[in-house]
Design a protein. Structure first.
Length: 87
């Protein structure tokens, strides 16, 4: 399933100086496989448990950006879900 988000509903998440768009989907009825924000379409890339994310998530975001992808992080339950645009 896909989910369209309004850019006004996004926040930002500071990952050790790497600011990334963020959406809270705790109240969502489902976890989407794809997101659309404005003209950008994102596909699921990976997930990580929130507790302890600081050890790996900032580097993962920097690596995705280095590969030419735009990441967005979604929080739901006890996990962060990373979605990315194609390069």
């Amino acid at each position: 399933m896909d989910l369209e988000l309004d850019v006004r509903d996004l926040g930002t998440l500071d990952l050790d100086g790497a600011w990334v768009p963020y959406a809270d989907l705790h109240e969502s009825a489902f976890m989407p496989a794809r997101l659309k924000v404005g003209a950008d379409e994102y596909a699921f890339s990976s997930s990580i448990i929130i507790q302890g994310h600081g050890a790996t998530l900032p580097q993962r975001i920097k690596g995705l950006r280095g590969a030419g992808k735009k990441p967005i992080v979604v929080e739901r339950g006890d996990r962060y879900y990373v979605f990315v645009t194609p390069p």
